[in-house]
Design a protein around this ligand. Structure first.
Ligand code: PGA
Length: 250
């Protein structure tokens, strides 16, 4: 199974999000070997669910609160996301960590909330450019992995991990090209770290400046099970070109 996940971030307004969902719903995306999901803003999640309900494209949220319910102004729980039809939630995206100051402890609580609500968390991890230059990227990643997952009982819950080096993310990061061989090495290492925490198969996605031209160079790597795409996923033609390129490479 290969995953193509589209992180729409806060690039689109509600009307644009729903128009993009409509464009995608009109396409024949039927490939059993691919799992596609889109992650609109919280405002557009319910609308996207109703547009895509008869399509194979799943919906995810970009973040959730860890509490299930109650006096949490401005928050949306994992259970609420599940109730409206989300299958996945991004947790610990670098923009949440670095712009909004979310700590590893917050990430852990959000993952636990997803497990509780039976919604699949997509744990995002990634080193900064400074970590990479110092050669401490694995220390950083290990802290993020253990901080989020160590000792958590996944039960029957699914889990996906997205490796997104901050220096490779467009917009909020440096948008530098990440060599697919480098990403593959890191994924192999992440796989072995994760295997000490769970016996489940955990799909590993790569994210950071993935686009129509380079997507297959990542998805063809042995330990890269799919991609999490930001800016190249907010136009239906670029999303569909990526999807076709990956489908025909399988
Ligand atoms: P990008 O974003 O594809 O625009 O680099 C990826 C992400 O942050 O999920």
């Amino acid at each position: 199974m290969t995953f193509i996940f589209a992180n729409w971030k806060m690039y689109l307004n509600n009307e644009e999000s729903l128009a993009l969902a409509k464009d995608l719903s009109a396409q024949d995306l039927g490939s059993n070997a691919l799992t596609c999901a889109v992650f609109p803003t919280m405002l557009s999640v319910a609308g996207a669910v109703s547009i895509l309900k008869n399509s194979p494209i799943a919906i995810g949220a970009q973040n959730v609160a860890w509490a299930p319910k109650g006096a949490y102004t401005g928050a949306v729980s994992a259970q609420l996301c599940k109730d409206v039809g989300c299958t996945y939630v991004l947790i610990g995206h670098s923009e949440r960590r670095h712009i909004f100051g979310e700590k590893t402890e917050d990430v852990r609580k959000r993952i636990a909330a997803c497990i509780q609500a039976d919604i699949t968390p997509v744990l995002c991890i990634g080193e900064t450019r400074e970590d990479k230059e110092r050669g401490t990227q694995k220390d950083m990643l290990k802290t993020q992995i253990l901080g989020a997952l160590e000792g958590l009982d996944l039960g029957n819950s699914g889990l996906i991990v997205a490796y997104e080096p901050v220096w490779a993310i467009s917009g909020s990061g440096n948008g530098d090209h990440c060599n697919p061989a480098y990403a593959q090495d890191i994924h192999t290492w992440i796989r072995s770290e994760i295997s000490t925490l769970t016996s489940k198969f955990v799909p590993l996605l790569y994210g950071g400046s993935v686009n129509q031209e380079n997507v297959v160079s990542y998805t063809s790597q042995k330990d890269i099970d799919g991609v999490l795409v930001g800016s190249a996923s907010i136009k239906s033609n670029s999303f569909l070109t990526m999807r076709d390129a990956v489908a025909s490479s399988l």
